[in-house]
Design a protein around this ligand. Sequence first.
Ligand SMILES: NC(=O)c1ccc[n+]([C@@H]2O[C@H](COP(=O)([O-])OP(=O)(O)OC[C@H]3O[C@@H](n4cnc5c(N)ncnc54)[C@H](OP(=O)(O)O)[C@@H]3O)[C@@H](O)[C@H]2O)c1
Length: 251
Amino acid sequence: MKIVVIGGSGLIGSKVVNKLREHGHEATAASPDSGVDTLTGEGLDAALEGASVVIDVSNSPSFEDAAVMEFFKTSTGNLLAAEAAAGVAHHAALSVVGTERLTESGYFRAKLTQEGLIEGSAIPYSIVRATQFYEFMNRIAADATDGNTVRLPPALIQPMAADDVASAVARVSVGDPLNGMVEVAGPEEFRLDELIRGALTRRNDPREVVTDPQARYFGINPSERALLPGTDARLAETRFSDWLEQQLATA
Ligand SMILES: NC(=O)c1ccc[n+]([C@@H]2O[C@H](COP(=O)([O-])OP(=O)(O)OC[C@H]3O[C@@H](n4cnc5c(N)ncnc54)[C@H](OP(=O)(O)O)[C@@H]3O)[C@@H](O)[C@H]2O)c1
């Protein structure tokens, strides 16, 4: 069974490719790096030749509203059309828990559009919605930083390790298509401001985290539970503190 991983050079994609290969699958990484561009369609038909499963874990290089919408709309459209022509039997894609509650942000409007295109296509599919990656915490802090201050709302968050996300995506992609969605999340719930404060302190980062219920999270003011998964979510095992200590030990 040939599996093509679109975005296979990225954070999640490279882990998915490795995990599939470890389990004996024929997995190919496809991205502009290897001459496959879903936005322009370049290299797509050749990459999908003989593929049974396509996993889309690509991401837009720009998070600007128009650019990210163009990326997910056009790329997903090109990809699904190429999959139909190649006779692909399963399209698996990674999205974000709470997407429909976060559409004040252009990024999440684009992710919702991506999901809608997948759901509306004739190709059997699975959508894995994950919570925020532990690896993404630096970017959350950076986006909320002004000078020495990091201003964040006390919204609840249940993040998870990228490695666990990749395991979930790989597992779902080799199973029967769900023709639906599954949520995956980390084992613990935190307040966003407290989580980032603790991580910065542990890293001896001098920035001060200020709790501000009005603060924005990537342009959105999330409600208390907007980032949390539902009760049916599959929970991963890696705890944030263990992941952080491992990062510090290998830094
Ligand atoms: N960050 C979070 O906390 C979070 C949470 C839940 C879900 N997600 C979702 O996870 C997915 C993967 O995120 P990530 O952090 O692993 O992404 P990433 O590390 O930024 O990697 C992005 C991948 O997309 C590829 N790509 C970019 N433009 C492309 C194009 N035109 N055609 C084909 N491939 C293209 C890149 O290829 P090159 O290396 O060749 O440029 C790279 O392999 C995203 O869809 C995101 O919405 C993220």
